[in-house]
Design a protein around this ligand. Structure first.
Ligand code: NAP
Length: 254
């Protein structure tokens, strides 16, 4: 466990906590003292993520949740309140990517990217906000992407979804500022997860990608955790509506 226990007594819901960045964010929030609800569709993975947090001395439980289903999200938010307590910190992390030439992309593919990456974040925020407002506030961290501010061929749906995440972050931050809910967006660059490995197996693409990152390496999932803890903590009390890039300098480069 880390020395930073700034989230002690808080309940955090992390979507997509079964693997990759979400799992690392769940671990970091758990180490900072939050009781963590690990949610995703693969129950075996979120069970393993929750067990990892408990093994490290924290508190956590697993919840099967499909973020594209309103019924599922609302039922699981009620189940979390009944077991761990009402959600104080929502980390909207679940996401997918479909790489497709725009002329070949089907309506269903486009809609599934927007549904999983963007509409889901509105849906989860809507599900937890009434209780946060009633209790004087809360924290929402939306996981965006540096691709939300870049144009990338064959990734129109993904880039649009992540640009939408930054816009949703600003809108919710302003709408709920007086209610004590702070909303920020953590926007990673390339991070080593299942999500990014496909592009990285091809040596030519890998060296092209590394050449675009000023720090000349990928981020690791655990490097995303400290920013999430900060955004959820009292130290970030004056910060809301912001998108913060954790990308090895890529979006600052010429
Ligand atoms: P990952 O390893 O593929 O993990 C994605 C997680 O999201 C899994 O736990 C998955 O679990 C969950 N998920 C997907 N669809 C879901 C659904 N309908 N309902 C509930 N959970 C769902 O991906 P990652 O790399 O960690 O990415 C996490 C977030 O970071 C995403 O929002 C992604 O856009 C963003 N990001 C990643 C990178 C990168 O380089 N890795 C860069 C920028 C931004 P189930 O399949 O079991 O549901």
């Amino acid at each position: 466990m880390t020395a930073d226990r700034s989230l002690a007594g808080k309940v955090a819901l992390v979507t997509g906590a079964g693997r990759g960045i979400g799992r690392a964010l769940a671990q970091a929030l758990g180490a900072a003292g939050a009781a963590v609800a690990c949610a995703a569709r693969s129950l075996n993975e979120v069970r393993a993520a929750a067990a990892e947090i408990r093994d490290a001395g924290g508190a956590a439980d697993a919840f099967r949740m499909d973020v594209t289903s309103t019924d599922d999200v609302e039922a699981q938010v009620r189940a979390i309140a009944a077991t761990l307590g009402p959600v104080d910190i929502l980390v909207n992390n679940a996401g997918i990517m479909v790489k497709k030439k725009t002329v070949e992309m089907t309506d269903a593919e486009w809609e599934s990217v927007l549904a999983t990456n963007l509409t889901s974040m509105f849906r989860c925020a809507r599900a937890v906000a009434p209780s946060m407002i009633a209790r004087g506030g809360g924290r929402i961290i939306n996981v965006g992407s540096m691709w939300g501010k870049l144009g990338v061929p064959q990734h129109a749906a993904y880039c649009v979804s992540k640009a939408g995440v930054a816009a949703l972050t600003r809108c919710l931050a302003i709408e709920w500022a007086r209610d004590g809910i702070r909303v920020n967006c953590l926007a990673p660059g390339y991070v080593r997860t299942d999500f990014s490995t496909e592009a990285l197996t091809d040596e030519r693409t890998r060296s092209l990608i590394l050449g675009k990152i000023p720090l000349r390496r990928l981020g690791e999932p655990h490097e995303m955790g400290p920013l999430a803890v900060y955004l959820a903590s009292p130290a970030a009390e004056f910060m809301t509506g912001q998108t913060v890039y954790l990308d090895g300098g890529q979006t600052s480069s010429w």
